[in-house]
Write a protein that binds this ligand. Structure first.
Ligand SMILES: Cc1cc2nc3c(=O)[nH]c(=O)nc-3n(C[C@H](O)[C@H](O)[C@H](O)COP(=O)(O)OP(=O)(O)OC[C@H]3O[C@@H](n4cnc5c(N)ncnc54)[C@H](O)[C@@H]3O)c2cc1C
Length: 439
């Protein structure tokens, strides 16, 4: 087991998007310059995923002089490789948030999740981002004894939050939607959906550039010196900025030790099959819905625009990707869809996300003029995009939405940056084993 490899280089070719279905079907290829020499700006954003791109876009729209530094390509990280699933709600359910933080704070977090969805839709519309957004996300329940709990949950969302977009699917209905013997019930959230994640990221990059942000690729930050003017160092130059926003998520490494103590990188994997015919695709997953199940190591799947099954799952608790990702993820895919045993797998890729101790995002003011947002715990497509807008607002002097997240006051991982990982492996292995044993 390795403890802290350099995840910016460990599993991928630096400077190139991962060889995924998404990069093979990307709308554009980016070729932003490498930063060379010394430059000054109002705000330097580190990281070219949804967090960084959305921060840059929203600050440039407010008239700030913005420099964004991305170590590889924009959308190279989790933002260009994920399952593309989005829905209202935080990664953690509202009843848990109410118990942890009280009703008022839980409601603010719920409202922010709705705002993240509104923002996503408005960005797609305003900037004409072609990312195949398709509505409808199903949560599929894999344990019979959890079905009543699901029904209570849906009542709670309707009665307490006035959210009536979730339809309960009984055992027959879930099978109408998902041709698998694995599920006992489901919840179809009409407010959720799925999209092409890399094309969404590339669309944000074009929008940020059009708004005036200066984007740099293959521009890895090596050190940050805080101060009234922050100095951001690269091997090829340096940036002097009045403010810095860090959006490095699972690829942060030890660039900032405070953020590093609060997040944990985890790898997750996706495969794409050969395309299905229209009728085969409709039989497998009806009406183009996306699905995520209730297993501890979540299986999530959906059809791409060209009707390939994109199936994600199979977390590993070590930092090197498996040598054969296609076979690795094929296994959970066949547990859900045994009928696909002869179907060809054409793509397989992995990515690194960041989780936190309480599976809620980590927002922090590291110094008065350095902000950090990350740790979306597998729920970052809409949330990281919102985080960028919120960081932009905070730089501009309005921190009320930033504070709602900061006040979650997430504990750091026990064991520090070096020993957090083996401790987590023990805990995760136990939960995954409970899943397999059904206890
Ligand atoms: C396989 C997988 C499936 C997922 N599925 C879903 C899903 O279905 N739905 C959902 O909501 N979320 C999902 N997620 C999570 C989601 O993708 C992330 O939460 C989100 O993309 C985070 O965006 P980000 O901008 O914070 O980080 P990233 O997109 O990872 O971007 C961080 C960027 O920072 C750059 N960087 C790091 N260090 C430096 C440095 N020193 N200098 C310069 N640049 C640097 C990296 O190169 C990287 O491009 C998934 C993640 C993975 C990996």
């Amino acid at each position: 087991m390795t403890f802290s490899p350099d995840l910016l280089t460990a599993n991928d070719v630096p400077g190139q998007h991962a060889a995924s279905f998404y990069s093979a079907t990307a709308d554009t290829k980016t070729n932003y310059p490498q930063l060379a020499g010394d430059v000054s700006c109002d705000v330097c954003v580190v990281g070219g995923g949804y967090t960084g791109l959305s921060t840059a876009l929203h600050l440039a729209e407010r008239g700030y002089d913005v420099v964004l530094l991305e170590a590889n390509r924009v959308g190279w990280g989790a933002s260009g490789r994920n399952g593309g699933q989005v829905s209202p709600g935080q990664r953690v359910g509202q009843t848990t948030l109410e118990k942890r933080h009280g009703a008022a704070h839980a409601k603010e977090l719920w409202d922010l999740s709705l705002q993240s969805m509104e923002l996503l839709h408005s960005l797609i519309k305003t900037h004409h981002i072609k990312c195949d957004f398709t509505p409808g996300l199903i949560e599929a329940v894999h344990r019979k004894d959890w079905v009543d709990e699901l029904k209570e949950d849906l009542d709670h969302y309707r009665d307490t939050y006035g959210y009536d977009q979730i339809e309960f699917l009984n055992g027959t209905k879930i099978r109408d939607y998902v041709d698998s013997p694995a599920y006992f019930a489901g919840a179809l959230n009409h407010g959720g959906g799925h999209l092409h994640p890399l094309n969404f990221a590339l669309g944000l990059a074009s929008a940020a550039e059009a708004a005036g942000a200066k984007l740099f690729e293959t521009s890895r930050v090596t050190r940050i010196d805080p101060g009234d003017t922050v100095r951001v160092h690269l091997e090829t130059g340096a940036v002097r900025a009045k403010h810095v926003v860090l959006g490095c998520n699972g690829y942060l490494g030890e660039l900032d030790p405070t953020t590093a103590r609060h997040i944990m990188p985890i790898n997750n994997y996706i495969i794409a099959t050969e395309p299905f015919s229209e009728s085969e695709a409709e039989k497998l997953i009806a009406k183009g819905r996306a699905v995520a199940d209730t297993k501890f190591v979540i299986n999530y799947f959906r059809m791409s625009a060209d009707r390939r099954l994109l199936f994600g799952g199979g977390e590993t608790y070590k930092y090197d990707f498996p040598t054969d990702i296609k076979s690795f993820v094929r296994k959970p895919m066949l547990e859900i869809f045994p009928q696909l045993k002869d179907v060809k797998i054409e793509y397989g890729w992995g990515g690194t996300l960041a989780i936190t101790t309480k599976r809620m995002p980590y927002f922090a003011r590291l110094t008065p003029n350095i902000l950090s947002a990350s740790g979306y715990s597998g729920h970052g497509v809409a949330m990281a995009t919102l985080a960028g807008q919120i960081c932009a607002e905070a730089v501009d002097g309005t921190a009320s939405r930033f504070d709602v997240f900061e006040q979650i006051n997430l504990p750091a991982f026990p064991g520090g940056v070096r020993f957090r990982y083996p401790l987590l492996v023990l805990a995760m292995t136990w939960f995954a084993m409970r899943d397999r044993l059904g206890i």
